[in-house]
Write a protein that binds this ligand. Structure first.
Ligand code: R5P
Length: 332
């Protein structure tokens, strides 16, 4: 793990800052219980009990099944799967914990949904990322912990602390361990240049930038590329795979420009629609993703997908928030 630099002293650190017998309580909604269990297992804590079900009329019903009075409550729920159900479940769980006199309520959203509309690109559009930032706060959240926000500026939409963790060190460790030769890091769009440039610095690799445009939502047109990719291992880095359109179109262009090998490193494997089948049939050799959302069984079975867990990273963030230790150390 990239953030555990002083491994010899980690046992001491873990003992000193153990959460066993603390007032930390970790709950899960229905979106990604495996992530909540993995975090609990990392911290040696049991998963606290709650239920989230549906009334006959379709409304969501949640209940926190144990006392949270005076507790430091963490609710794990990425906004994925049945997106709107996940969202409502999370809001109701925050409200339930707040009304049951929790000392503090943290929403852990390994994937922060509704982030794509984070600004108005034309008239009469909402800014959904801001709307939901307001709503989480209104529901009673005191803090949000998330991973690789679609746009870092979304942190500023909140008037409560937001810890925007990043998958990058874990992805970098993996990529470096593979000893790829003659690497070019590829940003699949203008918005990803800062991230791609960090990867190219750390990997001493060159950089290429693809220009893409969307004529309609979920439809990608790749226009051009700046940078030399011929004969190289092209590593595309991005924050999410939704329809897979960005990745597929980028890989076609890279292939046509003579890339020798194409790898993708992407944080959130939303893998909507035909994304998995299209990736399977593409020239992309490996797709390295995080488990911020559950990996669909089809992707789990595929040899192309490699999934690296961010549960220890989130577990460490919880420990550090609880003990008022630096969270930014996790990015070093
Ligand atoms: C765009 O700004 C994002 O970074 C991703 O490239 C994009 O959301 C991926 O979506 P899709 O897989 O549908 O092309």
């Amino acid at each position: 793990m990239a953030f555990l630099h002083e491994l010899t002293t980690f046992k001491e650190y873990e003992a000193k800052y153990s959460l066993v017998d603390s007032n930390v309580r970790i709950f899960s909604g229905n979106a990604h219980p495996d992530m909540a269990k993995a975090i609990c297992s990392y911290l040696n804590l049991p998963l606290s009990r709650s239920t989230a079900s549906t009334f006959t009329n379709g409304e969501t019903r949640v209940k926190i099944e144990e006392t949270v009075r005076g507790k430091d409550v963490y609710i794990v729920q990425p906004i994925c799967g049945s997106v709107n159900d996940s969202l409502v479940e999370l809001l109701l769980m925050i409200d339930a914990a707040f009304r049951a006199s929790a000392d503090a309520v943290t929403a852990i959203q390994p994937y922060y949904g509704y982030a794509k509309q984070e600004k108005k690109t034309s008239g009469r559009e909402p800014i959904s990322a801001k709307l939901f930032a307001n709503i989480y706060t209104t529901a009673g959240a005191d803090r949000v912990i998330t991973v690789d926000l679609h746009a870092a500026a979304i942190q500023g939409f909140f008037d409560i602390p937001v810890d925007n963790l990043t998958f990058s060190p874990l992805l970098l460790d993996y990529l470096i361990s593979k000893h790829y030769e003659d690497v070019v890091i590829v940003s699949p769009d203008a918005g990803g240049v800062a991230k791609a440039s960090q990867f190219s610095d750390k990997m001493h690799a060159s950089l290429a930038i693809i220009f893409k445009r969307r004529n309609r939502p979920d439809e990608v047109e790749v226009i051009d590329i700046v940078g030399d990719v011929a004969g190289k291992t092209a590593i595309i880095v991005d924050d999410m795979i939704s329809t897979g359109g960005t990745l597929i179109e980028a890989s076609r262009l890279l292939k046509s420009k003579g890339a020798k090998q194409i790898i993708a490193g992407v944080t959130h494997p939303l893998l909507a629609g035909k994304a998995i089948a299209e990736i399977e049939n593409s020239d992309i050799e490996k797709v390295i993703v995080a488990d911020t959302v559950p990996l669909p069984p089809q992707a789990e079975k595929s040899e192309k997908f490699v999934c690296i867990s961010v549960a220890p990273l989130i577990g460490e963030a919880i420990r550090r928030v609880h003990y008022n230790l630096s969270v930014s150390k996790l990015f070093d």
